[in-house]
Design a protein around this ligand. Structure first.
Ligand SMILES: C[S@@+](CC[C@H](N)C(=O)[O-])C[C@H]1O[C@@H](n2cnc3c(N)ncnc32)[C@H](O)[C@@H]1O
Length: 175
């Protein structure tokens, strides 16, 4: 049995990349603000690396974000939540302060993967299975719709209820 891999324990694991089929299933992105210096494939039309410090750059267009792990993740997710147009890949640690601040109380939808992801190394090889469940988080209604329609195995969870779906028998639509 393969060894479960935790990409939060250092050892250069911060470079572990998104399975390319996932990004392909989500349409084209304008920007990946946290990309490896030597990437095996494009994840967006434009990439920032650690040499640019993507966290300090101005973001434009639809963002793909699989952020640096560990304590840094919080800052990246905060910036994407405030920016409001993109999809993030993060651990499904639904009880954490970060998840409450920038997902439950800020995102438009979540997609929980069925099973654990296998990430990739910068030389394009499939690596070990992640040590925890992961999810995709959508910011913006268009990105939520893309998660809802995507062909990835898992469960879509909308977070912001549309006004019209609040109308039901016995309840005034103005409420
Ligand atoms: C988990 S990997 C994800 C890579 C890629 N975005 C993907 O989805 O496959 C996080 C990446 O962020 C990069 N990174 C770390 N700090 C950064 C910074 N300040 N600015 C831009 N990229 C950074 C790392 O080098 C690493 O390649």
């Amino acid at each position: 049995m393969g060894k479960a891999w935790s990409h939060e324990r250092g050892e250069g694991k911060e470079e572990w990349l998104t399975p390319p089929l996932i990004i392909k299933s989500l349409g084209s992105f304008d920007l990946d603000p946290c990309s490896p210096v030597n990437r095996p494939w494009d994840t967006a039309a434009k990439h920032y690396t650690v040499e640019d410090d993507g966290l300090c750059q101005k973001w434009e267009g639809r963002v793909w974000m699989n952020p640096p792990y560990g304590r840094e993740t919080n800052k990246w997710l905060k910036k994407l939540a405030e920016y409001g147009n993109g999809i993030a890949l993060i651990f499904a640690r639904t009880d954490t302060r970060m998840f409450h601040n920038y997902v439950w109380n800020a995102a438009d939808a979540i997609f929980f993967f069925k099973g654990r992801l296998k990430f990739y190394t910068v030389d394009g090889q499939e690596a070990g299975t992640a040590g925890a469940a992961s999810c995709l988080v959508a910011y913006g209604k268009d990105n939520a719709r893309i998660l809802e329609m995507c062909d990835i195995a898992g469960q879509f969870v909308p977070l912001i209820v549309e006004a019209e779906s609040m109308t039901f028998a016995g309840m005034n639509s103005a409420l």
